[in-house]
Ligand binder design. Structure first.
Ligand code: AKB
Length: 326
């Protein structure tokens, strides 16, 4: 088997930060090229500053490093995308088209494209949403993901490009922060609970959305990318689920660990985006085709987040001391 050389776009982002480290663990420091449009924020690894719209530079990196796989994570998310729809379309959609074409022209062996629950819209059934449902999203981010999925499918069918994709739910992590998304509250709430003991939530208390712990999202991505090609039956994107909750449900779960935590609800424009998405995901195709199964449930995700954030904020995490602190 040829030695794998992996390039990640958007490696400074919420998923890229953690996925980059995981890929370095698996493939080695010299075989993972971290790229981002912003300055390097990684402690180790090879980093190259890259604007995904700069095709000649992208091509040069592929050639210089003899890249065999691309994980294309660079994009603007659902909420920040609404501030400048045309710029978002250009980065999210034209950026993907560039990469599909570069992958085809340079014989890239595998390409990963992250899709999202943002592909769903008001015409999609909201409970246990199946794989193949109406996709009429309200956000430019969602429109780009739907179009992106279809173009991935096209490149796979027409040119035999081995492109693989997941529809990520909201991702919760203590290692990295999200930015510009609608599900960001589900990470912010933990930081505020541990540090400030108060949180002002930008969604209504009963807004249920699908979510997942970062470790599971990373494992799903690696598992999908390492699965034999014949197991990948869908070349647009797989539904991926773990658990779902509302702001009130997560608040109540955090209260079990931090009893004096307080919350208020001040919904803003992100409420409309959240309302257009679905509540629960049916990911049986991913389970059947390549063996997907999440490790974390809602309760142990909350416990693990609080434990790790307490460590991060240097708050003692052993039970007696925690009792004193909170
Ligand atoms: C967002 O909220 O925009 C993202 C997503 C669900 O794709 N986290």
């Amino acid at each position: 088997m040829q030695k794998q050389k992996i390039l990640i776009t958007g490696s400074n982002g919420q998923i890229g930060t953690v996925l980059g480290n995981k890929l370095i663990d698996i493939y080695g420091l010299d075989n993972v090229i971290l790229t981002d449009i912003a300055e390097n924020n990684h402690k180790n690894g090879i980093f190259e500053k890259l604007d995904i719209l700069n095709i000649p530079h992208f091509k040069e990196l592929i050639k210089d490093y003899k890249i065999t796989q691309i994980f294309h994570l660079a994009s603007l998310l659902s909420a920040s995308g609404e501030r400048n729809p045309m710029r978002t379309w250009n980065i999210n959609f034209n950026g993907l088209l560039n990469i599909l074409d570069l992958s085809k022209a340079n014989n890239i062996e595998k390409l990963f494209f992250p899709s999202s629950i943002a592909v769903f819209g008001n015409t999609t059934p909201k409970e246990y949403t199946e794989q193949d449902v109406p996709l009429v999203p309200d956000t430019v981010y969602g429109i780009g993901k739907v179009a992106g999925e279809l173009w991935c499918n096209y490149y796979a069918k027409r040119y035999g490009l081995d492109v693989r994709s997941l529809r990520y739910p909201g991702i919760i992590s203590y290692e990295s922060m999200p930015g510009g998304g609608t599900t960001d509250y589900a990470v912010e709430i933990f930081h505020y609970a541990v540090k400030n003991k108060k949180y002002s939530c930008f969604l209504e208390k009963d807004t249920v959305l699908p979510m997942m712990y970062m470790e599971d999202a990373i494992n799903a991505t690696i598992q999908l990318m390492q699965a034999p090609s014949e197991n990948i039956k869908l070349r647009y994107s797989y539904n991926l689920g773990a658990f779902s909750f509302s702001p009130e449900e997560i608040y109540n779960e955090i209260l079990k660990h931090i009893p004096e935590f307080e919350i208020e609800y001040k919904p803003d424009f992100r409420q409309n985006i959240a309302d257009s998405w679905v509540k629960r995901i049916d990911d049986s195709r991913a389970r059947k085709d390549w063996g997907w199964k999440p490790k974390y449930n809602f309760e142990n995700m909350v416990e693990d987040m609080i434990l790790n954030l307490k460590k991060l904020y240097k708050i003692a995490s052993n039970k007696e001391q925690v009792g004193l602190i909170i």
